[in-house]
Design a protein around this ligand. Structure first.
Ligand SMILES: [Zn+2]
Length: 277
């Protein structure tokens, strides 16, 4: 795990063990607002300890960007009795499948034994949820596509969008919806934040936002085009493994060894949907 500061009050923690997933702690005079947690208990506990020593403040609230385990598990390392905010669909999804998938994770790695799920108790399903803490406004917005329940958190005064997996170094739609994800990326372009914290990968800085969103949209359009072409040519599903990520304008570096697998999963999901009509 490594960490950096996005601003004086915003700490960003990045896992070096799981696809560069990000977690944030925003320090206010009313306590810390934590957004997502890193999946592995040792990393999550390191963050809790770091904040205790360095910041020495209690927590104001936790926010979950979506229900995927790599964002949810780490919150267990923070204190109980704090509100968890998220989309209503995130709450439902965790109630439905959270425990079962946690048990699966425990079977493959006993380190997950100590993880306890934190399920949102303050939710919204349409419109927005606005949280005022100290002098900060956190605007929770629905940003579906990667999953139905994905939200972004716009820190209004700072013009920082914490996007969850709506924005990641390789857009992933295998568990979501290709078209909605493109709509979401277009919406983010219009929102035009100064800075975007991606769910996975490096921070997108001032001046890069528009170009990076365009690259991600072009990537997803390419994924669709490749899937459609393979289907038209009656090519077998396993041949999708031969389509390099670079053919769709992205490189593997930002997400490392998982990149090709994630990219192929994207094409396969579109291929399967087109096939079944
Ligand atoms: Zn995700």
């Amino acid at each position: 795990m490594y960490w950096e500061r996005v601003s004086e009050e915003i700490y960003l923690f990045t896992s070096d063990r799981y696809a560069l997933v990000n977690s944030l702690a925003i320090v206010t005079r009313e306590g810390i607002v934590a957004i997502d947690g890193l999946p592995f208990p040792d990393e999550a506990k390191q963050i809790a300890r770091f904040l205790e020593i360095r910041v020495g403040k209690g927590f104001h609230s936790y926010i979950l960007t979506h229900h995927h385990m790599d964002h949810v598990y780490g919150l267990f390392a923070f204190p109980d009795g704090v509100d968890v905010l998220g989309h209503e669909l995130c709450r439902r999804k965790l109630l439905e499948v959270g425990e079962a998938s946690l048990n699966e994770a425990r079977q493959s790695d006993p380190a997950f034994e100590e993880v306890r799920l934190r399920i949102p108790n303050v939710t919204f399903d349409s419109g927005e949820l606005v949280l005022h803490v100290d002098n900060k406004t956190f605007r929770l917005l629905s940003l579906p596509g990667h999953t139905d329940d994905n939200i972004g958190i716009l820190m209004e005064e700072e013009e920082i969008l914490i996007a969850g997996d709506a924005v990641m170094a390789i857009p992933i739609i295998a568990d979501g919806d290709w078209e909605r994800e493109i709509e979401t990326l277009r919406y983010i372009k219009k929102l035009a934040p100064e800075t975007i914290v991606q769910g996975h990968g490096e921070v997108i800085l001032r001046g890069e936002v528009q170009a990076v969103m365009d690259r991600y949209i072009a990537y997803l359009e390419c994924v669709h085009k490749k899937a459609r072409a393979m289907l038209r040519q009656n090519r077998d599903r396993k041949e999708l493994w031969n389509i390099p990520l670079e053919d769709c304008g992205l490189e593997r570096v930002p997400l490392g060894i998982a990149s090709h697998r994630l990219h192929v999963a994207n094409i396969m999901s579109v291929y399967d949907k087109l096939k079944t009509g």
